[in-house]
Design a protein around this ligand. Structure first.
Ligand code: AHM
Ligand code: MG
Length: 336
């Protein structure tokens, strides 16, 4: 059988990137490899979720007061474990942990990066066999190497990310990550147990036909958002409307689809929750970074997501993200 030598695994790809950049130390490649390894373990558990007793609540609530599912706990432990035992990460912040965890051992204190992640996003979809995902963000430390990471390392604006990515556990499992050099997607080839490059140099189409929003909250959105949603539903030759509405309720799946096909995803503030639901540091910033590198845009309605100066690892923000021209169309309503 002919072997397609053009197919690159995640490891081969990151090593290739290293070779192109002789000054790089390899720490980021190693961190991405660690994330890929944890993702494979999570993939295995997600795929047996219907078979073994891993569904259901772990009986605790996370810092946001939401139920923690067993798989959330498992995924959190996997990502935290690989990063703790790797050579690139000085500490982590996670949706599942009240506070950041500084690894504080000899090797970790020498590590350049900190990582923030949502280990299993869209977890209400686990029990019903719908796509879920992992989202992560990598920052270079601002504190002194050789010492433990500090709070300032974690509270950097999204513009300071050096890499961001997500895994989607769907009809296939994928890992997509961005650095300033581009966005690349890898699909898990289960026959060899490796992520292989399937979506090189992803670019988000400038325009699409999909809008994604929770319509149940429609009457709780501000008027400019309601007006824009009306535009999405209106027959209009100039913008190609009406658009198609798609909302899975797993941000990873919704934003991934819109990134590939073109579209806009919104989680606006509501009268009950003016800051919306999504978390800046491990849901919005990583996607905003990926979208911008791919040619799209992301805003909280008032400012670019990546420019927000964080004050809390778990803070929430309204989120609008997607194709450049659709975002500009939305902004004419938000700025009116
Ligand atoms: P989670 O972190 O508890 O899984 O919640 C985040 C998820 C996102 O993936 C998704 O976009 C959103 O919640 C859906 O929320 P809603 O059901 O309010 O529309
Ligand atoms: Mg989440």
């Amino acid at each position: 059988m002919a072997i397609n030598r053009k197919i690159q695994t995640l490891d081969e790809f990151t090593i290739q990137q290293l070779r192109d950049f002789p000054k790089a130390t390899g720490e980021l490649s190693s961190l991405l490899r660690d994330m890929g390894l944890a993702a494979k373990r999570v993939h295995v558990e997600v795929n047996k979720a219907g078979l073994v007793d891993i569904l259901g609540d772990a009986g605790t609530t996370n810092v946001q007061g939401e139920e923690v599912k067993k798989l959330d706990v498992y995924a959190n432990n996997q990502f935290m474990g690989v990063l703790r035992h790797g050579i690139s990460c000085a500490g982590i912040g996670s949706e599942e942990l009240d506070d950041v965890v500084v690894f504080d051992d000899e090797i970790s204190n020498q590590s350049k990066y900190v990582c923030l992640f949502d280990p299993l996003d869209g977890s209400s979809n686990i029990d019903v066999n719908v796509s879920i995902g992992t989202i992560f963000s990598v920052y270079r430390r601002v504190s002194e190497l050789g010492k433990p990471a500090t709070r300032e390392d974690f509270l950097q604006p999204g513009t300071k990310q050096v890499a961001a990515g997500y895994m989607i556990y769907g009809s296939s499992t994928m890992m997509v990550y961005a650095t300033r050099r581009g966005v690349n997607g890898f699909t898990l080839d289960q026959s060899i147990g490796e992520f292989t490059l399937s979506h090189p140099d992803i670019k988000c189409p400038d325009k699409g036909k999909i809008y994604s929003v929770n319509h149940g909250n429609f009457f709780q959105y501000d008027e400019p958002v309601r007006k824009y949603i009306n535009v999405c539903q209106t027959k209009d030759k100039t913008n190609g409307g009406p658009y198609t509405q798609r909302y899975i309720g797993s941000m990873v799946a919704d934003v991934h689809r819109n990134l590939i096909k073109g579209g806009i995803f919104m989680y606006p503030g509501t009268t009950d929750k003016p800051k919306g639901k999504l978390r800046l540091m491990y849901e919005c910033n990583p996607f905003a970074y990926i979208a911008e590198i791919a040619g799209g845009k992301a805003t909280n309605g008032k400012q670019r997501i990546l420019d927000i100066q964080p004050t809390d690892v778990h803070q929430r923000t309204p989120m609008f993200i997607g194709s450049k021209l659709m975002m500009e169309e939305l902004e004419t309503f938000l700025n009116a």
